[in-house]
Design a protein around this ligand. Sequence first.
Ligand code: 6CS
Ligand code: FE
Length: 307
Amino acid sequence: MRKPIADWYASRNDRGSAIIARQDPVIYEGGNYADAVEESQIAAYERDGFLLLEDIFSNAETQVLLDEVKRMSADSSIVSMEESITEPGSNEVRSIFRVHELSDMLGNLARDPRLINVARQILGSEVYMHQSRANMKPGFKGKEFYWHSDFETWHVEDGMPRMRALSCSVLLSDNNACNGPLMLVPGSHQQFVSCQGQTPDDHYKQSLKKQEYGVPDPLSLQLLVEQGGIRPMTAKAGSVVFFDCNTMHGSNGNISPWPRANVFMVYNSTENALGAPMHGLKPRPEHIAARRDFSALVPQEAPLALA
Ligand code: 6CS
Ligand code: FE
């Protein structure tokens, strides 16, 4: 009798890097758990590992959301919190985590049916918020987010068992070719890149500024890109990108004068609650990986009246 594989998605152990076939579905319960997007859109998400929906929020709604994120990044009581991460080499705010609890408006956004019901449909279950954040990527100073799979980090450092989570990025500013749009590798969600190196203690203090562990080796990245190419998510403010927890992604620095502000909501299935991190790592703080409460987020009855 073969011993069951202890950790199918083993990474950052004493082995070199490897590419491991995904063992989890992309779409759960046949995409029938909720009715937020069309079958053709579910099929596109399953094929690519992401789905871009344009014109989800009106200009007025998007402006209200952007003003809220700007208010938060100018609020000294928030900027001084551990939830706020500055850019390497400057005091510019790079990200604010746990925005769904720091802001009532963004807490309501997390439950807006235009977002949460797509997550419930894809993940085939009720969902809770694993992590939320606003990425500011200010003009001139916004640094890059190197290539990575979120799941590789969430599995190793947060003990997320399986690939049954997704990120939802709400574009609060136009994302164009010049201001560091999110770039995704189509089809990469089907292959797990096991990374080299040992995770430093309190790795998040470094990785959220500039990630150097849990990033794919160049050869693995080259193989994924040769198969699927690179798709920049250039779209107008008010668009929303949903992408699988294991889709390889990154974004370039922003030397344009235009900010690239997005709000990310990370929905995890209530069937996929975090366990212990791998390799005996200490659990990351609550604002990066929720552990206090895995109960389902209740969708709002109707889209938010933001403006
Ligand atoms: O470590 C994390 O959870 C964060 N790091 C990146 C680069 N993407 C996902 C998440 O924001
Ligand atoms: Fe990421």
